[in-house]
Each structure stands twice: as C-alpha cells, then as structure tokens.
Ligand binder design. Structure first.
Ligand SMILES: [Fe+2]
Ligand SMILES: [Fe+2]
Length: 212
C-alpha cells in the first residue's frame, strides 16, 4: 500500500476540488438511474422549477464531496478514511447524475459552488480533526438531513418528472446507507444546537442554489 505524504494529499485534494467544480469527477460504474425513462414535455415554468431543484441537489453533492474530502484529510483512522473515500465515490455518482439532469433540462449548475466547496471542506476538515466519534456523528447527521431534504424534493417534483424522481430515489437510498455505515462505526449523537446550526446552514445553500 502506498504511503501518501501531506504534500501528496494536498495535491490530491486540489485535484478532487477542481474535478468536482469544473471537470469530470471520478465515478463508479453505476447505471444512470434515469437512463431507461422517457422524458416529459414540461411547460417552461415546470422545467425551470425542476432545474432549480436539481441545481440545489447538485450543489448539495458538491458540498458532500468537499465534506468527505475534508474529513478524510484530517481523520487519523485508516478504516474510516477508506469508508469516507468509498462514500465520496458514490457522492461523485450523485454529482454526475444531477449535473446530467441539469444538462438535459438545458440549465446550469450553481455559480456559488466554489463557495460551498470551500466552506464545506473546512467544516469537514474540522470534523475530521476532533476525533472519530464526532467525525462520524457529523457524517450521520449530515446524511440524515440530506435524506429528509431529498424526501421534500421528491414531493415537490411535478408528477411527470420520472427521470428526476429515479435519480433522487437512488440518491436517497445511498445517503441512508452512508448514515447507517457511520452509525455502525460508532457515530456519536450530535448536540441539538449543532444539528440546528447545520440545518440552518443548509437552508442558506438550498435557498440560494435554487436561483443562482
Ligand atoms: Fe449524495
Ligand atoms: Fe451521502
């Protein structure tokens, strides 16, 4: 097994950041969940609304990628680092799928993504540094909040949009699995004020990424 110096890790982090924001993320071989579903002929308003929702989800995945990268950079536990890297790959699938859907809808990703990436990376690095049980606790809470958020988006999608629905359903399943993995590895329950703060921060992101 190769040993990476801090400098190697820094270069790899920069590479992941640039790929996440501007390039082609490294993905797994999974099937695009919407591939076999015929698209619907949406009204302009519906199309705009769906693009807004998918832009929020894409930004969420940009943040997830940054969190995982930050957490795995500072975590000292090899097993947890491996789990984080595996989950980061699955988040890249989500990133690619939501971007793909935005392209299909003729829309763009959030212009604020570099901001979400930077902020989330710093938060992730902090969580990774304060110890495994808090690191995992933070991860579990993030994923639980994402699951709730995806449920709300599934309710907000127009009925005809089976393609976006298939993508979000698969993402929800994966996020639930990420939360369970974190809990199985000893995640601590975060104090309620921290959970509230996290929810407030994601609210800022979700309400701006819908438009910008
Ligand atoms: Fe995700
Ligand atoms: Fe996740």
């Amino acid at each position: 097994m190769r040993h990476y110096t801090p400098f190697d890790q820094l270069v790899m982090s920069a590479d992941t950041a640039l790929r996440t924001l501007f390039g082609e993320p490294v993905v797994t071989e999974r099937h695009y969940p919407a591939a076999d579903i015929t698209d619907y002929d949406f009204s302009d308003n519906d199309r705009k609304h769906i693009a807004g929702l998918m832009r929020v989800n894409h930004s969420g995945e940009v943040s997830a990628q940054a969190l995982y990268q930050g957490q795995s950079l500072t975590s000292k536990n090899k097993e947890i680092k491996d789990k984080l890297q595996q989950a980061a790959l699955e988040e890249n699938d989500h990133l690619a799928w939501t971007k793909n859907r935005l392209n299909e809808l003729g829309s763009h990703s959030s212009l604020l993504n570099p901001l979400w990436y930077g902020g989330s990376f710093a938060i992730g690095a902090f969580a990774g540094a304060i110890g495994d049980k808090w690191n995992l606790g933070f991860l579990a809470e993030t994923e639980n909040q994402v699951v709730k958020h995806l449920e709300s988006h599934l309710n907000m999608l127009p009925g005809g949009d089976l393609r976006s629905r298939a993508i979000l359903e698969q993402m929800k399943e994966d996020e639930q699995k990420h939360a369970t993995t974190a809990i199985d590895h000893g995640a601590a329950e975060l104090p309620p004020p921290v959970k509230t703060l996290m929810a407030a921060m994601s609210k800022v992101m979700t309400s701006s990424a819908y438009y910008i």
